[in-house]
Design a protein around this ligand. Structure first.
Ligand SMILES: C[S@@+](CC[C@H](N)C(=O)[O-])C[C@H]1O[C@@H](n2cnc3c(N)ncnc32)[C@H](O)[C@@H]1O
Length: 461
């Protein structure tokens, strides 16, 4: 398919250079049906552009009613973009291989043998082969690995790699794992080719978790020329497409670049991915984090020398209730909610989007960064606040190529704030026009005007 000029240039995530293209305003035409690969095991990279265009068109049409600015579309690497992948393990006589469940061309579910996985990183592919061959050759390692009835579709070999070249694999067994299992794996790892960084291996069985060494990796994300370090812990969330994550962080940073001096509240912060990148844009930042990620988030703040962040280990719903009711909770660990005057809210919820309480909370903020992995719930949440907020930045990140899934980002600004700013600018201009020769006085008036406005805002908050 040829691409029209109106759809513009997009930037290769592989190049990781300047961000994006801006695309034309919403087109009225109904988009062509998307060309998604039925199976991620058999992608056709020559279809990358057409599947991206279909997504752009869908997103522009879906959000057109909110009059957003032109969509910035961030392009993924067409292959080897996934940092993580999960498979089941299948035993067939002496053979052993990975399988995954996916739809065929007719939309029917089927089990597919996976010897290589073109959407996963090169390192992940290398590890898949290496580990499969060693496990196949070792009775200790293969016995009861992923031993479950075929109808149970839990992943049994979970691979996790990083752009920085580290890796981690969890293997799920149906037997108790002892020292001999660990020793056998140590022997296998010692034989790994020097070209492959030694993976961390974790064995899991019912009520048991055995680490051959550690259960985490350290990612390094390159954002606007800065290297951000990130501990990623086994079985905890991290963004699946590393290249796209770098774009998302850079975009959110640039959207909030004018917020210096304000205070950020982040909900659903996971391991602090966005917090670390955005903290320099704010005077103070507070992150709410689920139990499993709190330790990783704290370590990531320390690793990157981020000192202006407070972390509360509570669910989004609990934090919202405490904030709304002005309730002091033990898990706020002494953070005085009354002393905070948040200006910006960042949310990055799971696919279900924001619950109604959090949507209410959002209404209290001057600006909001909303990162979403589900355009439909993003749309529903925006519909509830459309009268209060205007979309100032609108982005689409192709985090999941060849699937219908899309990651979006919107930067919202309160309508009355924009009116206030325009009024303040007009007042400043008038003042300057009245006394054109007295630069000092005009400057003083300018400072005073902004200071007064800030005070009024602080009072209102
Ligand atoms: C889409 S992830 C985003 C994480 C993080 N922003 C990042 O970029 O890695 C959503 C995160 O919210 C957490 N989460 C899910 N439900 C939550 C809730 N009710 N309250 C707080 N966090 C929640 C998940 O554990 C996960 O870490």
């Amino acid at each position: 398919m040829t691409r029209s000029k109106a759809q513009g240039r997009r930037v290769e995530a592989a190049a990781e250079a300047a961000p994006t293209s801006e695309v034309a305003p919403p087109a009225a035409a109904t988009p062509a049906p998307p060309k998604f690969s039925p199976a991620l095991t058999a992608i056709d990279p020559s279809q990358y552009d057409s599947q991206l265009e279909a997504k752009e068109q869908r997103i522009r049409n879906l959000f057109a009613e909110f009059n957003p600015p032109p969509l910035q579309a961030f392009r993924s690497r067409p292959e080897h973009y996934r940092m993580r992948a999960e498979f089941r393990v299948w035993h067939e006589g002496d053979d052993l291989f990975y399988i995954m469940y996916e739809k065929d061309g007719e939309g029917k579910n089927r089990d597919v043998r996976v010897d290589s996985f073109p959407v996963a990183s090169e390192l992940l592919n290398e590890l898949m082969g290496l580990l499969r061959d060693h496990i196949k050759a070792s009775p200790i390692l293969r016995h009861k690995l992923g031993h479950q009835p075929r109808k149970v579709s839990l992943p049994q070999a979970n691979f996790h790699t990083t752009l920085s070249g580290q890796s981690m694999v969890s293997l799920i067994y149906h037997k108790k794992l002892g020292e001999e299992w660990k020793e056998e794996l140590r022997g296998v790892l010692a034989k790994a080719p020097s070209s492959t960084a030694t993976p961390q291996i974790i064995g899991r069985s019912r009520g048991q978790k055995v680490c051959v060494d550690a259960d985490e990796v350290q990612e390094v994300l390159s954002v606007d020329g800065q290297q951000l370090k990130q501990v990623q812990v086994e079985a905890s969330f991290s963004q699946p497409n590393g290249g796209m994550c770098q774009h998302m962080l850079s975009w959110a940073r640039s959207a909030t670049a004018g917020s210096t001096g304000g205070e950020l509240l982040e909900l659903y912060c996971g391991n602090g991915n966005f917090t670390v990148a955005l903290a320099p844009n704010f005077r103070k930042a507070s992150s709410q984090v689920s139990k499993s990620s709190v330790a990783a988030a704290k370590r990531n703040f320390e690793l990157n020398g981020v000192g202006n962040v407070f972390v509360a280990r509570m669910s989004s719903e609990e934090f919202t209730a405490a904030w709304k009711e002005g309730r002091q909770m033990r898990r706020l660990e002494g953070l005085d909610l009354q002393s905070l005057s948040f200006t910006t809210l960042l949310v990055d919820p799971p696919r279900a989007g924001l619950d109604s309480q959090t949507v209410q909370l959002l209404k209290d903020f001057q600006s909001v960064v909303y990162i979403s992995c589900n355009p439909d719930t993003l749309h529903a949440n925006l519909a509830e606040v459309r009268d209060l907020f205007e979309i100032k930045r609108f982005a689409m990140f192709d985090q999941f190529p060849y699937t219908h899934h899309v990651e979006c980002g919107v930067y919202l600004q309160r309508r009355e704030q924009q009116q206030d700013e325009q009024a303040a600018a007009a007042a400043d201009k008038q003042q300057a026009d009245v006394a054109p020769a007295t630069n000092g006085a005009a400057a003083t008036a300018d400072e005073g005007g902004r200071g007064a406005k800030r005070k009024a805002e602080e009072g209102a908050a």
